[in-house]
Every structure is written in structure tokens, then in C-alpha cells.
Design a binder for this molecule. Structure first.
Ligand code: PLP
Length: 374
């Protein structure tokens, strides 16, 4: 074997995004023990920073030791028991994944399916909630497979009105558009590190409201997934922020260096300001959209629901979608994303996430795309 040297790439697909040199440097710092007092202080700081980032001062926040899918799995496995009713809105790949997981947790799953490219329709969700008592409503805030935002505040409000817990997937939205667990009244909200936080993939920050924690405490049977059992996890993470992290109980060995990386990505984000970062994402999207439209290309999603960090551009008739991506990778070292499911071969997905949302990235992408198309 030889040392692996990755090629130099610019990451403008659906994630991972470019990782900042500061985060890469943090990852390379010496590993210390996960029960070392210095590491425990880092864990406490991360819990508090996540509360700030999700705006979830009354939620318990931890980064799960696995990618964004782990946040989804933790939500479903902790909240649902066999026989519970779950309403899941599907408007792309990740809503579908939520429904699959809710079924695996033993719930009776009612899906509210939408055309890909459309936001979740609150009226149809409300009709599904009104049919029978429901334990949980799940939806994706920023559907990465289509580039669509849904109205999280309204959907969480509907869950509350019908006495259901809300589960919100913010894997792509956190750090790029406004995410506000407190204002929305979201019960479980989770993300991933590899999108607008610009850390490597592998961790899933999650926040649980008091109501979600009470539902878990009141379960009839144990959580069927051991690693993601929130009771065990919180004992390891030393209780909610402010509890001082005392009485920490061994559960698993935390991914020490990955947590250095997450910590540094949060330092970088707070230095810029979360609000300033969302403005930057919006501006970069506007610049990209101006160039895309000037090149005669069209977006899949209407402006109101477009995600700034995930731009879904329709492949013109007669153009080979994969050949364009292959060209920009080979000639420009630039990674763009392909369409998934019904959008396969029909769209490109252009990410402007975190460190990849800069004027330089916008210029490079437009230049490379026009080069490939001409
Ligand atoms: N949810 C959404 C909206 C995503 O975009 C992704 C990943 O792209 C996931 C969940 C799953 O995250 P991961 O691939 O990190 O497991």
C-alpha cells in the first residue's frame, strides 16, 4: 500500500463541500483520550454552540457519531414504537428515506407524496394529520435531491396543532438559510457536517425538545438501536448544556478528531456570524442564477422555494448530462452533482455550501459549465 493522495478538487455538488484549511488543521491536532478533562470541556462547548446554531436554547443538543442519516435514524428510532402513526411528507429522496425508517421502527406510516421540485404542501399534510391521532410528522426543510425549501414554521405549527411531534431534516439548510428550532417549535431537528458547516462528513448534530425527551422517557419498550439510543447518548454527553457534563458514563469512544473539526467549523461560522453566512449564501445564489440564466439555462424550482445552497439546473435538450459533469471534473477539477431518481439525467445539482459559496466558486462554475456546453 501507499499513502493516499486525493486529487485536488473544487466541491460544488450536493455535499461534501470544500473544507476550510482551518478545519483541516484542527483535524490533524493530536488525538487525546475521550475522557480527558480537556476533551470534556470541548464536548460542553460543542453542545452550547449547537444550541446557539439551531437556536434551540431549551433543546438537548449533541453531534451524533455518524453522518446526517444518523440524525434521521435517531429521530425515528427514539420517537417511534410499534403501532404509532407517523405522517411523512415526501418531495424527494430524503423524505422517502424518512418514511422507510419510520416503517422500520414499527410505525404505521402515512406518506404525503409530492411532485419532485415542489415544496411540501401544508394543506395536504394537515389533512393527513387530521385523519387519526399521530405521534410524529416528519419532513425535509431543504430537499437536496431537488433544491426545494419547505415552510418549516408552518409545518411544525401543524404538528403542534394536531399534538404530533415534529421531525425536521436540516442537513442541507443549517448554516446556509435560517434555521430556528425555537421559533418553529421543532421537536427534533438534525443536520450533517459536510454541507454548509464545511467540515468533513461523519457527524450529525441533533437537537431534541423537552417534549421529545419526555416522549422517549415514556417509551413502553427500549429504543431498538443501541448506538443512537438518546438516553444512553445523553448520559455519555453529560446531560444538557449547563449541567456541567458531570457523571459522564462511557457509551462509545467519541470520534475525537472529527469533533475537533466540527468545533473549528463552528468557530469559523460564528466569527463570520450565522446571519452574515445566510446573506452570503443568498448573494452567491443570486450571482450564480444571473450567470445560469444569461447562459440560457433554466432552474427546476420556482424562485420562492429555491435553495441558495443547492441549485437544480435543467439539462437542455440534446445535452449529455453526465458528459458535462465528466468534462468539468477532468478539465476544471470541479465536482457538480447529478440528478437522482426521476431527475436522473435531467438536472445538474450545483452546490454553494459553506466554504464553496464564494464569488470565486461562482465564477469557476459558470466558466467551466459554459466551456463544457460550447
Ligand atoms: N438529509 C438530507 C436532506 C441530505 O441532503 C442528506 C445527504 O445528502 C442526508 C439527509 C443524509 O446525510 P448523510 O449522507 O450525511 O448520511
Amino acid at each position: 500500500m501507499q499513502t493516499f493522495q486525493p486529487p485536488r478538487r473544487v466541491l460544488m455538488g450536493p455535499g461534501p463541500s470544500d473544507v476550510s484549511p482551518r478545519v483541516l488543521a484542527a483535524l490533524a491536532r493530536p488525538t487525546i483520550g475521550h475522557l480527558d478533562p480537556a476533551f470534556q470541556s470541548l464536548m460542553e462547548e460543542i453542545k452550547g454552540a449547537l444550541q446557539r446554531l439551531f437556536n434551540a436554547p431549551d433543546h438537548a443538543c449533541v453531534p451524533l457519531p455518524a453522518p446526517g442519516t444518523a440524525g434521521m435514524e435517531a429521530a425515528m428510532m427514539n420517537l417511534l414504537e410499534p403501532g404509532d402513526r407517523a405522517v411523512v411528507a415526501i418531495n424527494g429522496v430524503f423524505g422517502g428515506r424518512m418514511a422507510d425508517m419510520a416503517g422500520r421502527a414499527g410505525a404505521t406510516v402515512v406518506t404525503v407524496e409530492h411532485e419532485w421540485g415542489q415544496p411540501v404542501d401544508p394543506a395536504r399534510v394537515e389533512a393527513a394529520l387530521a385523519e387519526a391521532p399521530t405521534k410524529l410528522l416528519a419532513f425535509v426543510h431543504a430537499e437536496t435531491s431537488t433544491g426545494v425549501r419547505s415552510d418549516a414554521a408552518t409545518l411544525c405549527g401543524l404538528a403542534r396543532k394536531h399534538r404530533a411531534l415534529s421531525v425536521v431534516d436540516c442537513v442541507t439548510s443549517l448554516g446556509g438559510i435560517a434555521v430556528d428550532a425555537a421559533a418553529w417549535g421543532a421537536d427534533v431537528i438534525y443536520s450533517g457536517t459536510q454541507k454548509c458547516l464545511s467540515a468533513p462528513p461523519g457527524l450529525s448534530p441533533i437537537a431534541l425538545s423537552k417534549a421529545a425527551q419526555a416522549a422517549i422517557a415514556g417509551r413502553k419498550e427500549k429504543v431498538r438501536n443501541w448506538l443512537l439510543d438518546f438516553n444512553l447518548l445523553m448520559a455519555y454527553w453529560g446531560g444538557p448544556e449547563g449541567s456541567g457534563g458531570g457523571g459522564r458514563t462511557y457509551h462509545h469512544t467519541a470520534p475525537v478528531n472529527a469533533l475537533y473539526g466540527l468545533h473549528e467549523s463552528l468557530v469559523v461560522l460564528f466569527e463570520e456570524g450565522v446571519q452574515a453566512a445566510t446573506v452570503r449564501h443568498a448573494r452567491m445564489h443570486e450571482a450564480l442564477a444571473a450567470g445560469i440564466e444569461a447562459a440560457g439555462l433554466k432552474f427546476l424550482v420556482e424562485p420562492k422555494w429555491r435553495l441558495p445552497m443547492l441549485n437544480t439546473v435543467i439539462v437542455p435538450d440534446g445535452v449529455d448530462e453526465a458528459a458535462v459533469r465528466a468534462h468539468v471534473l477532468k478539465a476544471w477539477d470541479l465536482e457538480l452533482g447529478a440528478g437522482l431518481g426521476p431527475l436522473k439525467g435531467k438536472v445538474w445539482r450545483i452546490g454553494l455550501m459553506g466554504e464553496s459559496a464564494t464569488p470565486w466558486h461562482v465564477r469557476l462554475c459558470l466558466t467551466a459549465l459554459c466551456d463544457a456546453l460550447n
